[in-house]
Design a protein around this ligand. Structure first.
Ligand SMILES: [Ca+2]
Length: 218
């Protein structure tokens, strides 16, 4: 996860997503992107949640009665993300979406199980409280390419639309760097299990947990 978030954070403060998400800066990055779900019922496939229709009575997805049913979208590239808006089905059964979680990750989800998503390194979970209502929005404020909506129990999952708002400038792919067992920065010497703060001239500082895989890029 990258930390260049002061700029998007500023835009969120200046222009509330609830009154002007479709600003010139934040764009819906999920519409038309590749979507999948745990299963499909009534022919209501995952792509209906990225079709641009938020009306609530048609154009929604529908899974079978699945254990921890999920809906995923691959944005196709890494972006700085602001908000994720989940629009509910409104013709009936809207309470089935109550209790859902939104997961965001730079990397593909390794498992369909919700416990595995929660424990996967680099994955963030956002869980609105209360009823799903017409729509709910969560603040991601992080990088991401993969976004999931998931229920923690056995149910049908249907969502009308999932809008992922963010900076439309795609980020370069990650370049994993494997740290050596020990290394030196300045006058210090560190093992790969230590967490150190690295400062670059003119670039501020960024905390790198050397027990994980550092990243090179923006
Ligand atoms: Ca839709």
């Amino acid at each position: 996860m990258r930390s260049r978030w002061w700029l998007i954070g500023l835009c969120i403060v200046l222009e509330s997503p609830t009154v002007g998400l479709a600003s010139s800066f934040l764009q819906n990055l999920s519409q038309g992107k590749l979507a999948t779900q745990s299963s499909t019922m009534f022919g209501l496939g995952a792509s209906f949640a990225v079709d641009g229709n938020t009306s609530g009575s048609n154009g929604f997805t529908h899974t079978s009665l699945d254990t921890e049913p999920w809906w995923d979208v691959d944005l196709g590239a890494l972006y700085f993300l602001g908000n994720v808006t989940v629009w509910n089905r409104l013709d009936c059964c809207g309470d089935r979406l109550d209790g859902f979680s939104v997961f965001v990750s730079d990397q593909p989800f390794a498992s369909n199980a919700i416990a595995a998503a929660r424990s996967q390194p680099g994955v963030s979970e956002y869980k609105p409280s209360g009823a799903a209502g017409t729509s709910r929005q969560v603040q991601a404020n992080r990088t991401g390419r993969y976004v999931r909506v998931q229920l923690p129990w056995t149910s049908y999952l249907h969502v009308n639309e999932v809008q992922v708002w963010g900076d439309p400038t795609a980020l370069p792919p990650e370049t994993p760097v494997t740290p050596p067992p020990s290394f030196s920065i300045g006058s210090g010497s560190y093992s790969s299990a230590q967490s150190v703060a690295i400062s670059a001239a003119g670039a501020g500082s960024e905390r790198v947990n050397t027990g994980e895989t550092p990243r090179v890029g923006v």
